[in-house]
Design a protein around this ligand. Structure first.
Ligand code: 5GP
Ligand code: 5GP
Length: 208
């Protein structure tokens, strides 16, 4: 019997800094529920292979169903807010993340547990706290990438991947943080492979 479930080796848990999403070329729109908190927001939980590639869009028959996450809705709005335009309620973003990435982890997590796992990882990582504790704040100042990496490694126990983008003045800035997670989506692990970072050695941490 063939299984539709595809195997994968680990997850990237990816969070985005809203200040860096919003002041880049594409700009942003606040969700219908209002301006998100000045905190990292969840981007996604992405199945990956340890060789560097990843599966995507694994099951066209598995569509996002709001009713399955109704108990998580207010947490999703707060912790997994969309910043894309036009302003919307987030269902587009969650649909995209489920269909592209979540469907490739269906052997491990159903739809409810996939989104709940993302929310739990966000809480467990507490990344803004890890950074501010080390004096790294979203104050438009520049910080050494090495210091950002060290602060997170000291707080969580595992080195993160850092992705940067550019603001309208072409400054390299902190955009996304990647943490590696085991296939049960509950424990941070050492990354088998790091994502492409595109960061200068010093990067801006923009206000939001
Ligand atoms: P970008 O080109 O902005 O780095 O990534 C665009 C999209 O490709 C992401 O939103 C994500 O869906 C997918 N993607 C990029 N890098 C990875 C990766 O390392 N693993 C997985 N699973 N998806 C990725
Ligand atoms: P990815 O393919 O990288 O997993 O997700 C990116 C897709 O999600 C894009 O098509 C983008 O338009 C949509 N999207 C909706 N809201 C957001 C958001 O707040 N941040 C990012 N990075 N993408 C978003």
């Amino acid at each position: 019997v063939l299984s539709v479930a595809q195997d994968f080796d680990f997850f990237y848990f990816v969070v985005q800094w809203p200040g860096a999403y919003c002041d880049s070329r594409h700009s942003c729109c606040y969700p219908k529920t209002g301006k998100p908190a000045a905190d990292f927001g969840i981007h996604g939980l992405w199945p990956n292979y340890k060789t560097g590639g990843w599966p995507q869009n694994c099951n066209p028959d598995s569509t996002f169903d709001e009713l399955r996450v109704s108990d998580l809705m207010s947490n999703l709005q707060r912790e997994w807010p969309t910043l894309s335009c036009p302003s919307n309620d987030g269902v587009h973003f969650w649909t995209h993340e489920w269909e592209k990435h979540g469907t490739c982890a269906e052997s491990e997590l159903d739809q409810h547990d996939y989104f709940e796992a993302g929310l739990k990882l966000k809480q467990k990582a507490n990344l803004l706290h890890a950074l501010t504790n080390a004096g790294i704040k979203p104050d438009d100042k520049f910080y050494e990438i090495k210091d950002i990496e060290r602060a997170i490694k000291e707080a969580i126990g595992f080195a993160p991947g850092i992705e940067c983008n550019k603001d309208s003045s072409h400054n390299s800035q902190l955009y996304q943080i990647y943490l590696c997670v085991d296939t049960s989506a509950s424990n941070f692990i050492n990354c088998p492979v790091m994502p492409h970072g595109r960061c200068d050695s010093r990067v801006q941490f923009p206000k939001f």
